[in-house]
Design a protein around this ligand. Structure first.
Ligand code: NAP
Ligand code: HSE
Length: 429
């Protein structure tokens, strides 16, 4: 097979971009054996060409001029590993419209602009792939779009942010939150602005992308209710341990009677659940569907080389499928309604700080009873005249648990805002 030289460009040459170039150079023989193509980075867009790089490139490859990528007809394919929504979104739209296929690692862009992006890809007659935007090295988009093409996936449950999983597991070992976050940043797991990680925005964007592909109906970042791990304190980690669970930032996308619910938040995960065993910067995604029952994919969820593996795989897929009619077009073929946020049922862990007086427990229990929420477990800890109540509810719609917490918060004996976290106990297939 005659080898074809394929000049490619990168938008961004940071943690992921430099690792993509490294894999293209070091894996050149494997790529050539598999595809008959030699991929060569001829241009990489950066902000500062003078900066020291992890994996240096030849003189003249780095540029600050986007047009030198857009207008170079020899460039057959572009990997967007730059991040951000603008100017990145405008660049990707221009590239697609001009007929250049793009692969992207950018979940924030995909979760906000996928309709425009796929319209531009269709206009340009080219592919847009985005495997690396979700769970770094784990090939979940390809599995959903190709391997499970005839499976009706109705639930996706996952740990989809490496930084927060790293922080939570370090906290279980006794580390301090701030120290663990700084370590995650040093290791290249965190976003340029780590607020996206700890606030849950990164995981929310990934769940929007996963839900869109899994259900074939567009879910955008704005449709995802999310909460991060900023409020997780050592007492949550200790309570979770007592209940034989662990605290994890869990994303869920669920089809309930034809309506979609997508959310991200900290949850107490049963110690026997597959997600409880996911530690460090690893991610896992459980796919539940009619024919498959359940498939769990687990692997590195962050990091330069791990993400680059998915970027390079997408580049190879584009080259391997171009001209075959196997286009990775917009996954959306229907428009499902969104489930009202309070309707998704679940069991909840609830923490309340109350005065240690007779009758308090009965008043708190009344608040739950009025909302028809049943209590499954209750533990009380006494500290300096204040009682900390940790309770676990039976399954109930989240909105009714919230209403019970609001009534409890109004009780004179309740000393701080009650908190509730979802419990992930059963596998649900
Ligand atoms: P990074 O290290 O901050 O690299 C960003 C690169 O883009 C840098 O080379 C930067 O140039 C360039 N850049 C940023 N804004 C630019 C602009 N306006 N014009 C020109 N160049 C610009 O980020 P990263 O960690 O590689 O992440 C890149 C993308 O991959 C993001 O979308 C991220 O969400 C995604 N991702 C990252 C990981 C991970 O573990 N790191 C995993 C999965 C997905 P300079 O170098 O000159 O500053
Ligand atoms: N900051 C992200 C994370 C990178 O920690 O999961 C992978 O998308």
């Amino acid at each position: 097979m005659a080898s074809v030289d394929v000049p490619v460009a990168l938008l961004g040459y940071g943690t992921v971009g430099a690792a993509v170039n490294r894999l293209l150079v070091e894996g050149a023989d494997e790529i050539e054996r598999a595809t008959g193509h030699k991929l060569r980075v001829t241009r990489a867009l950066v902000r500062d060409t003078g900066k020291e790089r992890d994996y240096p490139v030849a003189d003249g490859v780095l540029t600050t001029d986007f047009r030198s990528v857009l207008e170079d007809d020899s460039i057959a394919l572009v990997a967007e590993v730059m991040g951000g929504v603008e100017p990145t979104g405008g660049y990707v739209l221009d590239l697609l419209r001009s007929g250049k296929p793009v692969v992207s690692a950018n979940k924030q862009l995909l979760a906000r602009r996928s309709a425009d992006l796929f319209e531009a890809a269709s206009e340009g007659g080219v592919q847009l792939r985005f495997e690396a935007s979700v769970c770094a090295a784990i090939p979940v988009i390809k599995v959903l779009r190709e391997s499970l093409v005839v499976t009706n996936v109705h639930r996706v449950l996952g740990i989809v942010n490496g930084t927060t999983n790293f922080i939570l597991t370090r906290m279980e070992e006794g580390a301090d939150y701030e120290e663990a976050l700084a370590e995650a940043q040093r290791l290249g797991y965190a976003e340029a602005d780590p607020t996206d990680d700890v606030s849950g925005a990164d995981a929310a964007a990934k769940m929007a992308v996963l839900a869109t592909v899994a259900f074939g109906s567009r879910v955008e970042l704005a449709d995802v209710a999310y909460e991060g791990i900023e409020g997780i304190k050592p007492h949550h980690v200790a309570a979770a341990r007592e209940l034989e669970t662990v605290v994890r930032l869990v994303g869920s996308a669920t089809l309930v009677d034809g309506a979609v619910d997508v959310r991200v938040g900290p949850a107490f995960v049963d110690g026997h659940h597959p997600l409880a065993a996911v530690v460090g910067a690893f991610n896992a995604v459980m796919l539940q569907g009619d024919a498959i029952r359940e498939i769990t994919l687990e692997g590195p969820g962050a990091g330069g080389i791990e993400t680059a593996s998915a970027v390079v795989a997408d580049m190879v897929s584009v080259l391997g499928t171009t001209g075959t009619g196997f286009l990775q077009n917009d996954a959306c073929w229907r428009s499902l309604s969104k489930l009202p946020p309070g309707d998704l049922p679940g069991a909840f862990y609830v923490h309340l700080e109350v005065a240690d007086r007779p009758g308090v427990l009965a008043h708190v229990a009344d608040c739950f009873a009025e909302q028809d929420v049943s209590i499954a477990q209750l533990a009380q800890h006494l500290v300096n005249g204040t009682a900390a109540l940790d309770l676990v509810t039976h399954e109930a719609p989240g909105g009714r648990v919230e209403a019970a917490l609001s009534s409890a918060a109004a009780l004179a004996e309740v000393r701080s805002r009650p908190e509730a976290l979802r419990m992930i106990t059963e596998r649900g297939f």
